[in-house]
Design a protein around this ligand. Structure first.
Ligand code: RB5
Length: 143
């Protein structure tokens, strides 16, 4: 299950991504928002809470740049969020970092590229092995 959220700066992209997920029959929980203005930390927290509770295993967070969402998400336990503006990073943050939240900026990427980034993120498995040890080292810092 995917939890998705955006602030006002990325509401259009959120609706495009939702439609894209529906086309692929990928289930999601929409954490909003269509309110404007809105505060990205509120939405980031909602999406990450869905992952923490086990209702979702992956998050998609969208704002103007993706950065505010990413900063907020990475403050929350168990969350490994990455901002991606191209497909290489999206693929490797899954392969090497086991990222569970993808952040993108509507003011940075077009909708076509956003869909390609999303595919790279969703359809790449974590490699494990030596990368697991490094991810464990990141997660140790939460203690
Ligand atoms: C909102 O104007 C903007 O600051 C927000 O969407 C995001 O880009 C923050 O990182």
């Amino acid at each position: 299950m995917i939890a998705i959220g955006s602030d006002h700066a990325a509401a259009s992209l959120r609706h495009i991504v939702k439609e894209y997920l529906e086309d692929q029959e990928i289930p999601y929980i929409d954490c909003g928002t269509d309110e404007s203005p809105s505060d990205y930390p509120v939405i980031a927290k909602e999406v990450c809470k869905k992952i923490q509770s086990g209702e979702a295993d992956t998050g998609i967070l969208l704002c103007g740049t993706g950065i505010g969402m990413c900063m907020t998400a990475n403050k929350m336990k168990g969350i490994r969020a990455a901002v991606c503006s191209e497909t290489y990073s999206a693929k490797f943050t899954r392969l090497h970092n086991d990222a569970n939240v993808l952040c993108m900026g509507e003011r940075v990427v077009g909708s076509g590229l956003a869909k390609e980034i999303l595919d790279a993120f969703l359809f790449t498995e974590f490699e494990g092995g030596r990368h697991q040890r490094r991810v464990d080292m990141i997660m140790e810092l939460e203690k």
